[in-house]
Design a protein around this ligand. Structure first.
Ligand SMILES: Nc1ncnc2c1ncn2[C@@H]1O[C@H](COP(=O)(O)OP(=O)(O)OP(=O)(O)O)[C@@H](O)[C@H]1O
Ligand SMILES: [Mg+2]
Length: 257
């Protein structure tokens, strides 16, 4: 996973407002927080479960032993991914310390590309990855970062039903002291009227207020102490920028964000 040298950082997170040592754990925000955490969890677990079900069905249906082995290996990989992810979600709830480690972003991106390869082929989407040599590691949490990027890639795929190009490009922005992951698509773009509350929208099923982007925003800004922004042009495409802290200096302990 490319993670080295664990460093502990106290989990802050908007989901544990007022949860300093000795303080009452309950606050006015807790119900909303719990609802959000439950929504995040259901959202992130449902997709891999559906994918695993499809893989097991294919494995049962095939007479090709090699193909069956390959499918079952993918199921095991998905189970491991989910298991790691759920462990990290516990940290999001503020129940235990969140762990940010020195993380190489390349393997995280490679895994996301691998997970979406079949879907990209089906949708006629050309996926490209640009990660320069010599990139510094970031302070990151691999399972959460992977799921954040997966959400952005999924949105991009949904915006390109008739195919297109998806590029994940990473740059070290030394002047901004950040490592920037850009996820660019040639999809439909986000209309002006949908741009407000994309990151904070209450997940109530209305168009433009989903669960995916609030989850990504939380993971990037609260857990990783980074920033999330986007540029979009209707009919041309959208780019989401995730800026993360390079792990070139020790991570100061304390509440993220
Ligand atoms: N890359 C993109 N291109 C075009 N529209 C986008 C893109 N990313 C997000 N959007 C718009 O933002 C909306 C909110 O995205 P978000 O991921 O939060 O929820 P969702 O995709 O609708 O549902 P889910 O909660 O299952 O992710 C989308 O419905 C879509 O209209
Ligand atoms: Mg989405």
């Amino acid at each position: 996973m490319g993670a080295t040298t664990p460093q502990r950082a106290v989990s802050g997170s908007a989901l544990a407002v007022g949860a300093d040592a000795g303080e009452a754990l309950l606050s006015l925000d807790d119900l909303t927080s719990l609802q959000r955490l439950t929504s995040f969890t259901a959202h992130e677990v449902r997709n891999p479960l559906a994918a695993m079900r499809a893989m097991v069905q294919l494995a049962l249906a095939t007479d090709d032993d090699d193909r069956r082995q390959e499918l079952l290996r993918k199921v095991i990989y998905s189970i491991d991914d989910l298991s790691q992810f759920l462990t990290e979600l516990v940290s999001l709830a503020g129940v235990q310390e969140s762990m940010l480690v020195r993380l190489d972003v390349r393997p995280v991106i490679v895994e996301v590309m691998r997970l979406f390869a079949v879907q990209a082929d089906l949708l006629n989407v050309r996926m490209t990855m640009r990660v320069p040599e010599g990139l510094p590691p970031v302070w990151g949490n691999a399972p959460l970062l992977r799921h954040a990027i997966m959400n952005l890639v999924k949105n991009s795929m949904e915006a390109m039903p008739r195919g297109g190009a998806l590029t994940i490009a990473v740059k070290h922005l030394s002047d901004r002291n950040s490592v920037c992951i850009a996820i660019r698509d040639t999809g439909a773009g986000i209309p002006e009227e949908r741009r407000t509350r994309l990151f904070t929208g209450v997940p109530d099923g209305r168009r433009g207020a989903g669960i995916g982007l609030p989850f990504v925003h939380h993971v990037i800004t609260q857990v990783h102490r980074g920033t999330l922004r986007f540029e979009s042009r209707v009919g041309v495409g959208t780019t989401f920028y995730l800026e993360l802290l390079p792990a070139t200096a020790p991570l100061a302990p304390g509440r993220p964000g």
